[in-house]
Design a protein around this ligand. Structure first.
Ligand SMILES: Nc1ncnc2c1ncn2[C@@H]1O[C@H](COP(=O)(O)OP(=O)(O)OP(=O)(O)O)[C@@H](O)[C@H]1O
Ligand SMILES: [Mg+2]
Length: 451
């Protein structure tokens, strides 16, 4: 256990240092905020003991800097009598405890030890949860040639930092592949930060990505760290990159070129060392031709390209995927379905999964619930739903154009039909309508379609 003591009064520093050493607790001493910052960058501390009033950078600013930089260790603030108000602000800034001078060094040592223990416990619980989540996570399953090739590519790029573009239909496993690339990379201990570009309102997207400084605009009451910064030392997954508004595309391009960002309202540029992985189920080449996606950005992203074929073009993966899904479902749902009967499996292999692996997962989930026996039988598989859904789309009569209708009516009609066909799934409905998910959501709001 190692503690950082920050106080401009040498006698307090030394007193605490001595007391802690009686308990065999190591400590370093800093005489002001600046040297504390330097020491924090160089050494790992289990807790910090910080004086409120110091010349230069005071204790409050130091705490706020520490929390801003992501230092999570417990902090105890020391203040003199009559500084209670400041002690309250200290707690607000992120200190766990404060103690009023003059204090009993023994009591302070006890409080410190308690806080450090509590923090260790918290870290332990968090890492356990993370491990459990990792267990739950689906591994990248597949033995078809196309999946083998993708696994080869992942292995080849594992010690590089190159930008990757993943394309494939919805539900083919683009996010699975992105996580796999991260897990195989030197940055695997770093964060995997994912942002769904299509899911963030356009006006918030820039600040989500770049962050902002306090006061950058009305409402920016405190500093916000953007996704590029959050992903530092790890991977930034830009999902649904095809939905990136043109106005932002040029800014993203600049980040990829310069490897630096500036927070909104900020003046300082900061280096970005996150690996960038982008994904889309759109035809980006076509979007480039249509002028909806910048060609230069496309080439910046398309350094390594991974195309995931639809499941119906690699049917040999179905049994393996189904087995993996079954195992996970059994664990999650506490069921004891041991397998799939031969003809049920045959039926699965013949099915055209237009929703790809995600559809297979849904069908399996239903089957596990309905399977009375230990094996999933043909009757437990509800493939009709998806098949008829598909034929229905093909058979659906085109919207009548003979009647005079306003453009709005036609749109409303098309939207309601599409949503109905896809059982309210907005992503699918938007795909069918040939518009982005965000445009669909905007239109639902605009036409006040309470769906
Ligand atoms: N090869 C695979 N092995 C195991 N699970 C997979 C595989 N491919 C996909 N899955 C599972 O299928 C589901 C869909 O995968 P994922 O979310 O990665 O698809 P996606 O391509 O990102 O889809 P969308 O375009 O709709 O976002 C997930 O639950 C994922 O765990
Ligand atoms: Mg996805």
């Amino acid at each position: 256990m190692k503690i950082l003591i920050v106080d401009d009064e040498p006698n307090i520093r030394d007193l605490m240092h001595r007391y802690l050493s009686l308990d065999s607790i190591e400590s370093d001493r800093a005489e002001n905020g600046l040297s504390a910052q330097r020491m924090l960058r160089e050494e790992a501390y289990d807790a910090a003991l910080i004086d409120l009033k110091m010349p230069g950078m005071d204790g409050l600013s130091l705490i706020s800097w520490m929390r801003g930089e992501g230092f999570r260790m417990p902090i105890i603030m020391m203040s003199a009598h009559g500084e209670i108000i400041d002690a309250v602000s200290a707690l607000k800034e992120g200190a766990q405890d404060y103690i009023v001078k003059p204090f009993d060094p023994e009591e302070l040592t006890i409080r410190l030890k308690k806080l450090v223990e509590a923090q260790h416990l918290k870290n332990l619980v968090e890492s356990e949860t993370r491990n459990n989540l990792e267990d739950e996570k689906q591994l990248f399953v597949g033995e078809s040639n196309s999946i083998k090739k993708i696994k080869d590519v992942i292995a080849k790029i594992s010690d590089t930092n190159s930008t990757v573009l993943i394309t494939g239909e919805s539900g083919t496993g683009k996010e699975v592949v992105a996580r796999e690339i991260h897990a195989a990379s030197p940055a695997k201990e770093g964060p995997f930060v994912a942002i769904n570009i299509g899911g963030v309102p356009e006006n918030l997207l820039e600040s989500e990505l770049f962050g902002y400084e306090k006061g950058a605009f009305t409402g920016a009451v405190s500093r916000k760290t953007g996704m590029f910064e959050l992903a530092s030392g790890g991977t930034l997954f830009l999902d649904e990159i095809g939905d990136m508004p043109l106005s932002l595309q040029v800014k993203i391009l600049r980040v990829l070129q310069d490897r630096r960002i500036t927070r909104l309202g900020g003046t300082q540029t900061m280096p970005i060392n996150a690996r960038i992985i982008a994904a889309t189920n759109k035809d980006l080449e076509q979007q480039v031709r249509d002028g909806a996606f910048r060609e230069d950005l496309f080439y910046r992203l398309n350094v390594v390209r991974i195309v995931i074929p639809p499941l119906r073009e690699r049917r040999e993966d179905i049994p393996l995927l189904a087995a993996g899904i079954l195992k996970r479902l059994n664990r999650q749902m506490g069921h004891k379905v041991s397998g799939i009967s031969a003809d049920a499996l045959q039926e699965l292999c013949n099915h055209d999964f237009f929703g790809n692996v995600r559809e297979l997962e849904n069908i399996m989930e239903r089957a596990v619930i309905f399977a009375g026996a230990e094996e999933i039988q043909i009757d437990d598989l509800d493939l009709r739903g998806s098949v008829s859904l598909h034929t229905q789309i093909k058979d659906e009569p085109k919207l009548s154009t003979t009647e005079a209708k306003s453009l709005k009516d036609v749109e409303v009609d098309a939207i309601i039909h599409a949503l109905h066909r896809w059982e309210g799934n907005r992503t699918r409905a938007a795909q069918e309508l040939g518009i982005s998910r965000r445009t669909l959501i905007n239109k639902i709001a605009e036409y006040d379609l309470n769906l």
